[in-house]
Write a protein that binds this ligand. Structure first.
Ligand code: PBG
Length: 363
């Protein structure tokens, strides 16, 4: 064999193995790799979450380098226009409520002139074909920092909260929202919101349910961004405020429970079901994929953004490759749609030197 001209000098001579199956044949060129790639991602799959506040300036969020609370009007419009220029035509709005507007029952959540409602209207007026998603939960408006109403003894009230969530969802629909997204994890809220929307004439407004939302440490930077963490116990008050959301968000130890949640949300009329966080819960994305015909979204949350960004800023990870691999992993697990703070960057990278369809070749 050494007489064969292509074999470089010094190549060890070994007898060829008798291997009928050699998986490497399907990896031997980018054309073959593209031809057999099982998963791809496109900007159309992405939703950009945006934080907005009632002020002029964009205010950087310390724990999310590269992400800001956008100034209402110009900051918000510019950021959405940039995302759209790269093919990301879906956003979800998270408003920062000033402390003086927060109350224990979060009425600001359904103020027709509230920041969320104004932001929805502004975006739909400016970009009529933009798909605008909203967050339905009380925490950004609740002085106790919980997604539901806290009774004095610390119980988070379910059915009373659902009533308020219905008002919130209807007020968002009135402002022009395309999709309302309940992130609160109260029982029965999808069906109640569906009925409330239909009754008010919004049968075309969709519901993206946060179906399997876990009580996760990875939401920390988001709560910084909105100052929405559960309120610290106030020594002067007799009221008890639970320090975490474990009585309504799912236990990270649990798997089967997600099937129970998805069955309920499907029966109650959800249009899209979500798993949150993303990367640590790929098994749950797959579980839902195998248990519902509904589209699945995955939320690549603030803490996941912070981890990747921190490593990239240190030069410890290649940001583009690590982010694209993360997004591709969620698609591979079964997600159709991904909410990610990297949406605009990812779409930019996809628009670069390669086709926007990113599969096996990319890495
Ligand atoms: C509020 C809400 C949260 C997130 C989305 N909606 C925080 C929470 O449940 O405490 C987290 C998103 C993220 O971390 O990026 N109901």
């Amino acid at each position: 064999r050494l007489s064969e001209p292509d074999v470089p000098i010094g190549t060890p001579v070994v007898p060829p193995q008798d291997l009928p199956s050699r998986p490497r044949r399907n990896r031997r060129s980018s054309t073959v790799r593209n031809a057999v790639s099982e998963t791809f991602i496109h900007p159309a799959h992405l939703i950009l979450p945006v934080f907005v506040h009632d002020g002029e300036q964009n205010i950087p969020i310390a724990s999310m380098p590269g992400v800001s609370r956008l100034g209402w009007r110009h900051g918000l419009i510019d950021s959405v226009a940039e995302a759209r220029s790269y093919g990301v035509n879906q956003v979800v709005i998270f408003p920062k409520t000033p402390d003086h507007l927060k109350t224990p029952t979060a009425e600001e959540a359904f103020n027709p002139a509230g920041l969320a409602q104004r932001s929805i209207r502004l975006l739909k007026d400016t970009f009529p074909d933009l798909e605008v998603y909203t967050d339905v939960a009380l925490d950004p408006y609740n002085s106790d920092g919980h997604d539901g109403i806290v009774r004095d003894d610390g119980v988070i009230l379910n059915d009373e909260t659902v009533e308020f969530l219905c008002r919130q969802a209807v007020s968002q629909a009135r402002a022009g929202a395309d999709v309302v997204s309940p992130s609160d994890m109260m029982d029965g809220r999808i069906g109640a919101i569906r009925r409330a929307l239909d009754r008010e004439g919004f049968s075309n407004v969709s519901i993206m349910a946060y179906t399997a939302k876990y009580a996760s440490a990875f939401y920390g930077p988001f709560r910084d961004a909105l100052s929405s963490a559960p309120a610290a116990a106030n020594g002067a008050s007799k009221r008890r405020i639970p320090p975490n959301k474990k009585t309504y968000q799912q236990d990270p130890a649990n798997y089967r429970e997600a099937v129970r949640e998805v069955k309920a949300d499907e029966a109650e009329g959800a249009d899209i079901v979500m798993v949150k966080p993303g990367m640590p819960y790929l098994d749950i994305i797959r579980l839902l994929r195998d248990n519902t015909p509904l589209p699945i979204s995955a939320y690549h949350v603030s803490g996941e953004y912070a981890m990747l960004k921190a490593a990239a800023l240190q030069g410890w990870l290649n940001e583009e490759e690590a982010v694209m691999e993360s997004l591709l992993s969620m698609r591979r697990a079964g997600a159709d749609i991904i909410l990610t703070y990297f949406a605009t960057d990812a779409a930019k990278w996809m628009a670069g030197d390669r086709s926007p369809f990113i599969g096996g070749t990319k890495f």
